[in-house]
Design a binder for this molecule. Structure first.
Ligand code: PEP
Ligand code: MN
Length: 339
């Protein structure tokens, strides 16, 4: 169950609600952002009856629900969340596109990409400075130097920056430069990372683990939310399958499922989702049609010479054409794309 605490509640009233829950066998978790809520979890092996909390001073509303992820659930939070990325609203009427290279390579390529994706209609620039690579011998990213280049690209183009953080020790550093902290697929279940990012207020792009169920994906979001960071954007990036015709299986069916279960915005990544640039455009259109809130696309001015993931990166002209097609398609779907 989730207890919404009134904004005028005193510390004493809060303590009394917590104590009442404990006495009835419930485990209370207090979350202060964006408003104070107390999540009461039944972690005992037997069913519990909820104490009469509605009449306690300081209680505004009690939502009785057995969901495992009350903070991420639509049941406890019916209105859709819009995450504000320094002025760019993700989860509202606008279909927001994040574009850029898989990895930050050097200043020239990054700035060239940034200028062209902005011209095409992207609002946020992506680019990994810390790269989770399958091989320890593959390019691991430019680290801090890459973050500085991203900041330079933001300064020049006004694009917001989305970049991955892999290590709890780097959160402070990456947060100094990024507008969105990306949690990659491989780290979706890195609970230490989720907890620590949850203690920041930075918007988070949480990618679905490649073999994660929707419930595990939403529980990962719950880790961030329950640690006090309400700014979670989900990202479907494909799940493992048996067929090598595509790199992953882009699970577009999860979009309406997530929308019904959760109030959080969800983006779709057709680059990692398919592994091939020729499938990005059709799946981007499908992502818009199925109710996604935006896209994360790998774009490179010369994809054939990209340091990583060139095969699944669009060229900048191809990207601009796709954005125009998406803008037309968005109209009957009630979304806007500013190209
Ligand atoms: C990426 O976005 O570059 C990336 C590594 O994605 P994922 O975590 O989905 O594999
Ligand atoms: Mn990539």
């Amino acid at each position: 169950m989730t207890i919404l605490v009134s904004s005028s509640a005193t510390k004493q009233q809060l303590r009394r609600i917590v104590e009442t829950l404990k006495r009835s066998g419930w485990d209370p978790f207090v979350v202060n952002e964006p408003t104070t809520r107390i999540v009461g979890m039944n972690n005992s092996r037997s069913p519990l009856t909820a104490p009469p909390l509605e009449d306690l001073p300081g209680v505004e509303k009690v939502v009785h629900s057995s969901t495992q992820f009350p903070l991420a659930s639509r049941e406890c939070h019916p209105e859709s969340t819009v995450v504000d990325v320094d002025g760019v609203k993700v989860g509202g009427q606008e279909f927001v596109v994040i574009a850029g290279p898989c990895a930050v390579e050097n200043e020239d390529v990054l700035l060239e990409t940034a200028r062209l994706v902005r011209k095409g209609g992207a609002k946020i620039l992506r680019g990994g400075a810390f790269k989770p690579r399958t091989s320890p011998y593959a390019f691991q990213g430019l680290g801090k130097q890459g973050l500085k280049l991203l900041a330079r690209a933001r300064e020049e183009t006004g694009l917001k920056i989305c970049t991955e953080v892999m290590d709890t020790a780097d959160i402070g550093l990456v947060a100094e430069y990024a507008d969105i902290l990306q949690i990659g697929s491989r780290n979706m279940a890195n609970y230490a990372l989720l907890r620590k990012i949850g203690r920041t207020k930075k918007p988070v792009l949480l990618k679905r683990g490649m073999s994660a169920k929707v419930s595990e994906f939403l529980l990962a979001a719950e880790y961030v939310l329950s640690n006090g960071n309400p700014n979670v954007i989900l990202c479907e990036r494909g799940i493992v399958g048996f067929d090598v015709a595509t790199r992953n299986i882009l699970d577009l069916a999860c979009v309406p499922v997530v929308k019904s279960l959760s109030h959080l915005p969800i983006l779709i990544d057709p680059s990692h989702g398919t592994g091939y640039r020729q499938y990005i455009a059709p799946l981007s259109k499908a992502a818009l049609a199925v109710g996604g809130d935006g896209l994360l696309i790998e774009v490179h001015p010369r994809p054939e010479s990209a340091w990583c993931d060139g095969q699944q990166s669009m060229g900048t002209d191809q990207f601009a054409t796709l954005m125009k097609e998406l803008a037309t398609l968005a109209v009957p779907l009630g979304r806007t794309i500013d190209v």
